[in-house]
Design a protein around this ligand. Structure first.
Ligand SMILES: CCCC(=O)SCCNC(=O)CCNC(=O)[C@H](O)C(C)(C)COP(=O)(O)OP(=O)(O)OC[C@H]1O[C@@H](n2cnc3c(N)ncnc32)[C@H](O)[C@@H]1OP(=O)(O)O
Length: 301
């Protein structure tokens, strides 16, 4: 499966309503126009109404002629836009939340709001799916965007969320590599200890529906040759589908390196909430935002 096939599958599903927080951004509007044209979703756009309309009328987006599929709701600030969009999802008016030109922490704080947010009693975490040139499968990376320095229990939930998304996308038994700098346990490196514990928890049935191994370095997680050179055996080494990073900085650097150095395509969602949340980086392309929307639609249906 690649991201275009994923998008095609999502298009076949009943259309979903997406609430966008602070939609006044060219790439966001381009993604919205593409999604509407491809019948992927309909939208409620929260933000500066005037700016949003002017972006629609810019030549690239071909005029605001999508009113049947796009509703605009004026908001006085980014925070207001985030709050209104979150509330729309909470109230079931929309099925998916999408971040526009609002900072990640502002929208996530609204998502975590106890009164009107999207908590579902689980850890929320980001799952990104990469289509990398010369790699024959999607590679999932988690968590590059939400949990800053997760502890062992949070890592269990981060794995569960990523496995849920991978399975929704058709991977029956995802192979999960818990990343560290080395593949042996070093008590001074928490990530190696957590990797070993998570692998054991998986063997004992405490983490289900996947095969977990760790600690593994990136090379022996994704390259069979590298794994063989180190004498690392097992079903995950060299064949990992999901890479679990120890801290957000590692995930974020891996995410951006794949996009900028390897020309990877990416889609991503936050899982574990009442509804999927599309949280791409501001610099992500309109295409990437569309893949993220497809991933969200696919994971909610
Ligand atoms: C990948 C492309 C996109 C990007 O590049 S994104 C850029 C990088 N990402 C970021 O900057 C966001 C990093 N994360 C954060 O800033 C913060 O963790 C975040 C999500 C805003 C939460 O911050 P705060 O509101 O300060 O959180 P806090 O620790 O004080 O907790 C407040 C309440 O929320 C809860 N909470 C926090 N993170 C959670 C999670 N992941 N899942 C479920 N619940 C969570 C936390 O337990 C606490 O609950 P309670 O009030 O004790 O009931």
């Amino acid at each position: 499966m690649n991201l275009d096939q994923l998008k095609e599958q999502a298009i076949q599903l009943p259309s979903k309503v997406v609430a966008v927080a602070a939609a006044e951004d060219e790439e966001v509007i381009e993604a919205v126009v593409n999604a509407v044209d491809q019948k992927l979703a309909t939208f409620i756009l929260y933000g500066n109404e005037e700016k949003i309309k002017s972006l629609f009328t810019s030549s690239k987006n071909g005029g605001y002629n999508k009113s049947e599929y796009v509703k605009i709701v004026n908001a006085n600030s980014d925070k207001d836009a985030a709050k209104l969009a979150v509330q729309a999802v909470n109230q079931g008016i929309a099925d998916v939340l999408m971040k526009g030109m609002v900072s990640t922490s502002v929208i996530l704080k609204e998502v975590l709001n106890k009164e009107y947010g999207l908590r579902a009693g689980k850890v929320l975490s980001h799952v990104a799916a990469f289509q990398i040139p010369d790699v024959d499968r999607l590679i999932f990376v988690t968590d590059a965007a939400m949990n800053i320095a997760p502890d062992l229990n949070q890592k269990v939930e981060i794995i569960n969320n990523s496995v849920y998304i991978a399975r929704r996308l058709g991977l029956e038994l995802p192979k999960v590599a818990v990343l560290s700098a080395v593949e042996t346990v070093n008590p001074n490196m928490v990530a190696t200890v957590d990797g070993a514990l998570l692998a054991q928890m998986n063997k004992r049935g405490q983490i289900k529906n996947c095969i977990v191994d760790g600690p593994l370095a990136v090379d022996n997680a994704i390259s069979i040759h590298a794994a063989q050179l180190k004498g690392i055996e097992g079903e995950v080494a060299g064949r990992a589908d999901i890479l679990v990073v120890p801290i957000i900085e590692v995930g974020n650097a891996l995410y951006k390196s794949l996009v900028y150095f390897s020309k990877a395509k990416v889609g991503g969602v936050i899982a574990g909430a009442k509804a999927p949340i599309v949280l791409t980086s501001r610099a992500d392309s309109a295409e990437s935002k569309l893949y993220s929307l497809a991933m969200a639609v696919r994971s909610v249906s």
